[in-house]
Design a protein around this ligand. Structure first.
Ligand code: NAI
Length: 296
């Protein structure tokens, strides 16, 4: 199965952290990209952020100015879903709530052609459930990019119960053509990375709660002896404590409250206090000095 047509339009719905990154990836791969967000003005704001990020790549010599200008000329913010009608692929990156995603895809199905691939970037919901109300669920897949999407190569291609093998293959071939490394998996809670990573976070947080060692020490041990690029405390400060806790809760619910996946009380306290990590200036660590540092 081949990738979607390189000249085919890729629509990205949800112009937040992930939507911006995914739109940048599709743009630099040569596609026309439509970016839609339900919040008025958010798609235009995201287009400006993408322009600034491509500008930084030019400054670093990783993209030439003509390439940046051509990419930006292919980017069109959309004010209405109806403007996504000629899409070859739609990737959804909206709020992580099942009914909201289901409603969006029901609306999208009446807008896009039957041949259009539909994908969700959900990190913790069941792909099968998101596709639940679709008339044509065979063309629906999970395309789980990691943050920051322009930098991290892995994309999990998730097959829901009703996903056609051809759709999963086409989605994998498409992200491979974008320079990513697709790994196809079934619709298991947490897919691969978020499932395997749960004990990495959970045991570290439990050790902290048991006063075994402080976050900086535990991070240093895992970095220096475990070979991890980042420890669990600094990594969850980068991801966002709220985002990370929501994934843990979702996996915990999916396994009928198996204590192995029990969320952390200390992390809950951080979330309740708004100490979300880098994005709020403080999480496990104080980030007031680098909170405004832009991502590459
Ligand atoms: P975000 O909060 O930065 O952006 C979400 C955007 O969706 C907002 O701009 C919001 O206005 C928009 N939105 C909400 N409801 C909408 C609707 N019905 N129609 C159109 N737009 C709507 O969220 P983020 O972090 O980009 O996450 C998006 C998705 O990606 C979620 O499913 C999340 O689980 C997943 N994800 C997040 C990662 C992360 O590290 N933040 C990593 C991988 C996946």
């Amino acid at each position: 199965m081949t990738a979607i047509d390189p000249a085919g339009t890729v629509a990205v719905v949800g112009a937040g952290t992930m939507g911006q990154g995914i739109a940048q990836v599709a743009l630099t791969a040569g596609h026309p990209v439509r970016l839609y967000d339900a919040a008025p003005g958010r798609a235009e704001e995201a287009a400006r952020a993408i322009a600034a990020r491509l500008g930084r790549l030019v400054d670093k010599g990783r993209l030439d100015a003509a390439g940046r200008d051509a990419a930006l000329a292919r980017l069109q913010p959309a004010a209405r879903l109806a403007e996504l009608a000629d899409s070859a692929l739609v990737i959804e990156a909206i709020v992580e709530q099942l009914p909201v995603k289901q409603k969006l895809f029901a609306e999208l199905e009446s807008v896009v052609p039957d041949m259009c691939l539909l994908a969700t970037n959900t990190s913790s919901l069941s792909v099968t459930a998101v596709a639940g109300g679709l008339k044509l669920p065979g063309r629906f897949v999970g395309l789980h990019f990691f943050n920051p999407a322009p930098l991290l190569p892995l994309v999990e291609v998730v097959r829901g119960f009703a996903t056609d093998a051809a759709a999963a293959e086409q989605a994998a071939a498409t992200v491979a053509a974008w320079g990513k490394t697709p790994v196809t998996c079934a619709d298991a809670p947490g897919f691969i990375v978020n499932r395997i990573a749960r004990p990495f976070y959970a045991e570290a947080f439990r050790l902290y709660e048991e006063r075994a060692a402080d976050p900086a020490t535990l991070d240093a041990v895992l970095r220096e002896c475990g070979g991890f690029a980042m420890g669990p405390f600094e990594l969850t400060d980068l991801i966002g404590q709220d985002v990370n806790e929501a994934v843990t809760r979702s996996v915990y619910e999916s396994f009928f409250h198996d204590p192995k996946f029990r969320p952390s009380l200390a992390q809950r306290r951080l979330v309740e206090a708004g100490l979300l990590g880098r994005k709020s200036g403080r999480g496990w660590f104080d980030h007031s000095a680098d909170a405004q540092r832009p991502l590459p």
